[in-house]
Structure formats: structure tokens, C-alpha cells
Write a protein that binds this ligand. Structure first.
Ligand SMILES: [Zn+2]
Ligand SMILES: [Zn+2]
Length: 149
């Protein structure tokens, strides 16, 4: 058994750990950015050429179902995926460099309280993905703007 955070997360998820699934999960956990299924397949194939495209696509669905990966959107109805510890649900996704940062529950709790107060709706579960520019990318963009003037 692999002694890593991702290994124990995999174990806790209760998913059956085939060698292929481990390799795919490892590639996703190591990406630190969101990746499409095709991009993940390209990563996996470099180290594990015996793993087929269909296996990668199927395993991604399994990981999402087991709470270890989350599906994100890209323009043009393309799905991207990010490795996610079980119980974690919120992300800041940079559409420029595709880095994904985790957003803690504390940041979202006030919004849930506002919803129960103003709408009478009790939130049991929320998944919030914010798309935009990360700090580095928005700084770079404003530097470019300043340089152009
Ligand atoms: Zn996450
Ligand atoms: Zn960025």
C-alpha cells in the first residue's frame, strides 16, 4: 500500500484499488491542475502504456463517484477533473493557468446562513466552483495593462 495522503484517501473511499486505478489516481493527484480526461490519459500513458483510454475514462467516473475527484467545466462543454480529498467541495479555478485552489468550508458557511435567512432554504450540501484568475495570473494581466499604457 502506498503511504501517501492520496493512498490513504483512496483507502478511506472504499473503492477497489486495482493497479490501474491507483496509477490513474496518482496521475490526477500529481497534476495539481484541472485536466481533461484526454490530458489525464496522456499523462498516465507516459508511465503506464498498458492502460487504455477507456479504462482512464471509466476510472475517472469511479473516482468522482467515490468522492476523490470532482468534475469541473471548461468552455465548450468539456469536462475537466481535479483530485479532491473526500468531504472537500469548493474550488477556485484559474481559467488562465488551470491551477485549482481549494476553498475551505468557512468561506462558504456565511453564504449558507444568508440563504437560510433570506430564502428559508436549509443547505445540506453545496459544491461551489469559482472560475476566474488566480493571484499570479491577475497580477500578470494588470502588469500587461500598465505596460501597454
Ligand atoms: Zn477539493
Ligand atoms: Zn492562474
Amino acid at each position: 500500500m502506498v503511504e501517501t495522503a492520496f493512498g490513504s484517501a483512496l483507502q478511506r473511499s472504499g473503492l477497489r484499488l486495482t493497479p490501474q486505478r491507483m496509477a490513474i489516481a496518482e496521475a490526477l493527484a500529481g497534476a495539481s491542475k484541472e485536466v481533461s480526461a484526454q490530458e489525464l490519459y496522456d499523462r498516465v500513458r507516459r508511465r503506464h502504456p498498458y492502460i487504455g483510454r477507456a479504462t482512464v475514462f471509466r476510472s475517472l467516473d469511479t473516482l468522482v463517484g467515490g468522492g476523490l475527484a470532482q468534475r469541473l467545466e471548461r468552455p465548450g462543454h468539456v469536462s475537466a477533473y481535479v483530485w479532491c480529498e473526500p468531504g472537500h467541495h469548493h474550488h477556485l479555478i484559474c481559467t488562465t493557468c488551470r491551477t485549482v485552489e481549494e476553498l475551505d468550508e468557512e468561506a462558504v458557511a456565511p453564504l449558507a446562513q444568508t440563504i437560510v435567512r433570506t430564502r428559508g432554504f436549509r443547505v445540506d450540501h453545496a459544491t461551489l466552483d469559482f472560475y476566474g484568475q488566480c493571484r499570479a495570473c491577475s497580477r500578470a494581466a494588470s502588469r500587461e495593462k500598465t505596460a501597454a499604457h
